[in-house]
Design a protein around this ligand. Structure first.
Ligand code: IPE
Ligand code: IPE
Ligand code: MG
Length: 239
């Protein structure tokens, strides 16, 4: 079986999972955060090299203030745990998104997580926090525009796909081969729009807190049934 090099996940359904158990949404977030570790380990065991999970979107600020507060509190404790887990499991962690809107302590934790794990050689784990693809593209375009203004790029024709890719938060990270979204919704919700131009999309009804290693394996099996053409034809498809 071919193991996708990079799996991106939209972890969705924490709230609905909790509600179906007569519990508050925040309980779903707590269990959801705990499941991130489980799936990181599973991904590593399966031989996945890059895992990127969507933890908080630029649009999630539209939620009610109590839920946002609870999520931020959870990210504080989660980042502390992640620092330990990265050490134990040899994970190299990176953050994508705009951390500037997060509070100082959380930003500090994130810097520590990235810095303390930068030489690790196991799973490459990207946390998408205050991440939105359009916001990321806007920030990348601003960076390129200032390079033009400063004369670092002289000719607009010198701007290539590579210029853009390397100006995104995911610079240096291969594009996702497989996207998994849990809990039934079939949309991208502003996630990795540039990077997922050719990713295989897999949607499952399972809500994130209930998503297991076996579910991940099923997604990889489904991925193996797909024929990835990238616009061309595979061997054997030609006349
Ligand atoms: C995903 O679960 C976690 C975040 C977006 C922070 P949701 O909170 O979206 O749960 P549902 O989709 O409302 O059930
Ligand atoms: C996407 O989930 C964002 C994250 C998983 C962090 P949402 O639950 O916020 O997405 P929508 O609002 O249903 O599109
Ligand atoms: Mg949701």
């Amino acid at each position: 079986m071919e193991i996708p090099r990079h799996v991106a996940i939209i972890l969705d359904g924490n709230g609905r999972w909790a509600k179906s158990r007569m519990m508050p949404r925040n309980y779903g977030h707590v269990r959801g955060a705990a499941n991130v570790e489980v799936i990181c380990r599973a991904a590593d065991e399966l031989g996945i090299k890059y895992l990127t999970v969507y933890l908080f979107s630029t649009e999630n600020w539209r939620r009610n203030p109590d839920e946002i507060k609870a999520l931020m509190k959870l990210f504080h404790s989660y980042t502390r745990t992640a620092i330990r887990q990265a050490r134990e499991n040899n994970m190299k962690c990176r953050v994508i998104g705009d951390p500037s809107a997060l509070d100082e302590t959380l930003q500090k934790n994130l810097r520590e997580l990235v810095e303390s794990s930068k030489d690790n050689t196991g799973l490459n784990f990207q946390l998408a926090l205050n991440y939105g693809s359009r916001d990321e593209i806007v920030r990348a375009v601003r960076k390129i525009a200032s390079d033009v203004k400063d004369g670092k790029i002289e000719d607009p024709a010198a701007i290539t796909e590579e210029t853009i890719a390397s100006s995104l938060d995911t610079a240096g990270i291969p594009d996702p081969d497989l996207l998994i979204r849990t809990s039934g919704e079939q949309r991208l919700s502003n996630y990795l729009l540039w990077q997922m131009a050719y990713s295989e999309l897999y949607f499952t009804q399972t809500p994130w807190p209930a998503f297991t290693k076996q579910d991940l394996e099923e997604a990889i099996e489904a991925y193996n049934q797909r024929t990835r053409r990238y616009g061309g034809l595979k061997k054997g498809e030609e006349d």
